[in-house]
Design a protein around this ligand. Structure first.
Ligand code: UGA
Length: 433
């Protein structure tokens, strides 16, 4: 297969991974981003997100001469055979996907796209967006194709190179096949469909994952009441391939930059289409209710005589929305922290991905440089992100020098036997309380 001249617009974790990985497959790739500082850093292979293998792939692309970074989006598309749109589609009015960035770029490049080129949308967008982009471009010679991404943050490069499927939607199968063929040498089923099918597959995937997690979290609550261990129950169902054991770890609710925004956007689409999808609404509401319940659990354990958390020090372990990333967007840890703070708690938090970055979280909490600092004098310790090394903290030092906080392990990462030996009381999630 011939290698192509490709332009990727947007260098977030999806765009940058797409650009660098397509270059690693042999294509010539120009990545465009409107942030001049970011472009400069990427030209030096400086990647500012925590994404294993990405920096190495970017460097290899730069060294091969097949990967370049530019600020000028219009200039970047001038030679392109294929243009990938990898732009943010944040939550907009009433939960709908905000397509402003996609539309602005379509407008910007309209008259610079070479004759007969293909525009591929990778951003998560509602059904009908490919047609809308085609209408905005007003270029009958340009084909607009939908090719949603299924990359997980923290695994993006690996997921790109070893996907479980490649979904491409286009009005004609040849156009879809041409885009699927860009994934040279990647062994994965190709699902070729129309644009509506591809656009909806992306939302359906994230909705299904969110539904699985809400199921797991409710199941955990049931286990706590009935005295069962959720790990055993998940093992007892997960071997059935119709169910599958992945993505059933209970936790402090699901978050991140995708699942919350995409479930809300899909709910909005359902409302607009007059379709009732009670499971979708339930998955979202369960997440909110689950977090409220966890906050209640902490409050029940350490509220003062007046029932409030005023002045109660609580140490949080983990703030990112999951381990392996420094991303705080829609983090369940922050949602729980906000509720504890609203009840008056004094919060300090340690997260290994944030101890250097120290993002400004206002008066919500103090970020510390070590876990022990976060737990110093705390009445309770709440584990909110599943960083594995929390397991190996010096729990004797916590108990001996810092007091004996009640430990709420909402990720089930700690070893209850070790905590017990250190004289600490431990409560996990989905275990009898
Ligand atoms: C998610 C999807 O998993 C990807 O397939 C998709 O491509 C991506 O969104 C996207 O639309 O771009 P990501 O946002 O990286 O990926 O996060 P996940 O790994 O799915 O985790 C989402 C949330 O669920 C996190 O808060 C995580 O801690 C939680 N989770 C996950 C659990 O509580 N338990 C689990 O067993 C798995």
């Amino acid at each position: 297969m011939e290698h192509r001249q490709i332009t990727v617009i947007g260098t977030g974790y999806v765009g940058l991974t797409t650009g660098a990985c397509l270059a690693s497959l042999g294509h010539r790739v120009v990545c465009a981003d409107s942030d001049a500082g970011k472009v400069e850093r990427l030209r030096r292979a400086e990647v500012d997100i925590l994404e294993p293998g990405l920096e190495r792939t970017v460097r290899a692309g730069l060294d091969s001469g097949r990967l370049t970074f530019v600020k000028d989006t219009r200039g970047a598309v001038a030679e392109a055979e294929v243009v990938f749109l990898c732009l943010p589609t944040p939550m907009g009015v009433a939960g709908a996907a905000d397509l402003a960035a996609v539309e602005a770029v379509a407008d910007e490049v309209r008259d610079r796209l070479p004759r007969g080129c293909t525009v591929v949308n990778k951003s998560t967008v509602p059904v009908g967006t490919a047609e809308r982009v085609a209408a905005l471009l007003g270029r009958p010679d340009v084909t607009v194709v939908s090719n949603p991404e299924f990359l997980r943050e923290g695994h993006a490069v690996d997921d790109f190179l070893h996907p479980d499927r490649i979904v491409v939607g286009a009005a004609d199968t040849d156009a879809a096949r041409r885009v699927a063929d860009l994934y040279v040498g990647i062994d994965a089923p190709r699902v070729l469909t129309d644009t509506a099918g591809a656009e909806l597959a992306k939302y359906a995937a994230n909705f299904f994952l969110a539904m699985k997690l809400s199921f797991a979290n409710n199941l955990a609550t049931l286990c706590e009441r009935l005295g069962a261990n959720v790990d055993d129950v998940v093992a007892g169902i997960g071997h059935d391939p119709r169910i599958g054991g992945d993505f059933l770890q209970p936790g402090p609710g699901w978050g991140g930059s995708c699942l919350p925004k995409d479930t809300h956007a899909l709910l909005r689409v359902c409302e607009e289409s007059g379709v009732e999808f009670p499971l979708l609404r339930a998955a979202i509401e369960t997440n909110v209710e689950h977090q409220r319940r966890l906050v209640e659990r902490v409050a029940a354990g350490c509220a003062g005589a007046d029932g409030s958390l005023r002045g109660v020090r609580i140490g949080l372990l983990g703030l990112t929305f999951k381990a392996g990333t420094s991303d705080l967007r829609d983090s369940p840890a922050l949602a729980i922290a906000r509720q504890l703070r609203e009840r008056g708690a004094e919060l300090s938090a340690y997260d290994p991905a944030l101890s250097d970055l120290r993002p400004d979280l206002g008066d919500l909490l103090t970020i510390t440089g070590t876990p022990l600092e976060a737990l110093d004098g705390a009445r309770a310790c709440v584990v909110l992100t599943e960083w594995p090394h929390f397991r190996d903290l010096d729990w004797e030092a916590v108990a001996g020098r810092l007091g004996t906080p009640l430990v709420y392990d909402f990720r089930n990462v700690l070893d209850p036997v070790r905590l017990d030996r250190a004289g600490l009381s431990w409560e996990g999630i989905g275990r009898s309380l």
